[in-house]
Design a protein around this ligand. Structure first.
Ligand code: TYM
Length: 334
């Protein structure tokens, strides 16, 4: 609890162009949970360098992502929106937690297996230990709740395991976090291959809707979305392409799959695709406009970056001091 509220932590990487999956699986829920919790929303730039980045591009994208959090409707005066690299406690706690994490556990992480296959020329230790840094992010703020998409479930489980292990040795140091996986939108699939998740790093631009895509591009990508030859609109795993379109529609309109199926009953796939495309255009247009406006407000954004780095640092260092004490590091002399 912080200031009488439960704590929420989540983060996103500024690598590649953000997709509709990031928005519907995470950001949308961040906005709706922001009033109820004391929230920390980080631009996790330290995670980004597990894959080679162009420094200028990373800096630009990180700023755009921080702006996007605000554009999405998170109030930066209430929620703490900040860059991970501005709070050194993240890296410090990650080192300590590395010493409480087993190689075997990390070896089982499916995202590491996927990413190392993709970046075979750069399988670095950071990529391997990535979930430990993520655990440090969450545990530093004593988070009760972590809203994420389904692809992060395994990372949340390992975070809980590490926290429990630490607590079993040293007493109650960390709050054990719960994942929050939204009902709709937690698992948005590629428009070109519904067996895969929609991903920033997909090589086929038609597979993903990027948050900054213009309306015509969005409509065109939906028109081209891969479906099936059943020619009937049902919500069932045997029709993963249609299921994905309905998921997107429901997440955009706050309808249930049953309502959506009833609405489209007797219509063709073309009409479904048009309607889903329109619901996404309507959802993203105000977000894009607000991003464009905010990107001009340099000093306002700078102020938020400065103040929130201090605020996040304050809470993070409180936990870090506690951890140092528990594990036997000598006290600082002031
Ligand atoms: P990242 O940057 O890959 O994704 C950010 C968020 O978007 C969700 N997401 C999706 N949700 C539904 N459908 C999809 N196709 C889809 N693609 C992405 C992700 O689940 C995530 O919630 N490791 C994290 C960032 C991170 C983090 C943390 C998250 C670092 N530290 C601490 C929570 C708590 C990541 O790479 O997310």
């Amino acid at each position: 609890m912080l200031d009488g509220k439960k704590v929420l932590f989540s983060g996103m990487q500024a690598t590649g162009n953000l997709t509709l999956g990031n928005y519907l699986g995470a950001l949308k829920n961040w906005v709706s949970l922001a009033d109820e919790y004391m929230c920390f929303y980080s631009v996790v730039d330290e995670h980004s360098i597990t894959v080679r980045q162009d420094p200028a591009v990373l800096r630009k994208r990180s700023r755009a992502l921080l702006t996007l959090y605000i554009a999405a409707g998170i109030d930066p005066e209430k929620a703490c929106i900040y860059y991970q690299s501005h709070v050194s406690a993240h890296a410090e706690l990650a080192w300590i937690l590395n010493c409480f994490t087993y190689m075997g556990e990390m070896n089982r992480m499916t995202q590491f297996k996927d990413k190392s296959a993709k970046h075979a020329d750069n399988i670095n230790v950071g990529l391997f230990a990535y979930p430990v840094l993520m655990a440090a992010d969450i545990l530093l703020y004593q988070a009760d709740l972590v809203p994420v998409g389904k692809d992060q479930t395994q990372h949340l489980e390992i975070t809980r395991d590490i926290a429990n292990r630490f607590n079993n040795i040293y007493g109650n140091v960390f709050t054990i976090p719960e994942p929050y996986i939204g009902k709709a939108g937690a698992n948005i699939r590629s428009l070109q291959n519904p067996a895969k998740k929609m991903s920033k790093s997909d090589e086929n631009p038609n597979a993903s809707i990027y948050l900054m895509d213009d309306p015509d591009t969005i409509r065109r990508k939906f028109r081209r979305a891969v479906t099936d030859s059943e020619a009937t609109i049902c919500y069932r795993p045997e029709q993963p392409g249609i299921m994905n379109l309905i998921d997107i529609y429901c997440a955009c309109t706050n309808k249930t799959p049953d309502e959506a199926v009833a609405e489209f009953s007797g219509l063709g796939y073309g009409q479904l695709k048009e309607a889903v495309g329109e619901s996404v255009v309507e959802l993203l247009a105000p977000l894009q406009q607000r991003c464009a406006e905010l990107s001009k407000e340099k000093s306002y954004i700078d102020g938020i970056i400065k103040n929130n780095a201090e605020k996040a640092g304050y809470y993070a260092n409180k936990t870090l001091r506690k951890v140092h004490k528990k594990i036997g590091f000598p006290e600082r002399i002031r």
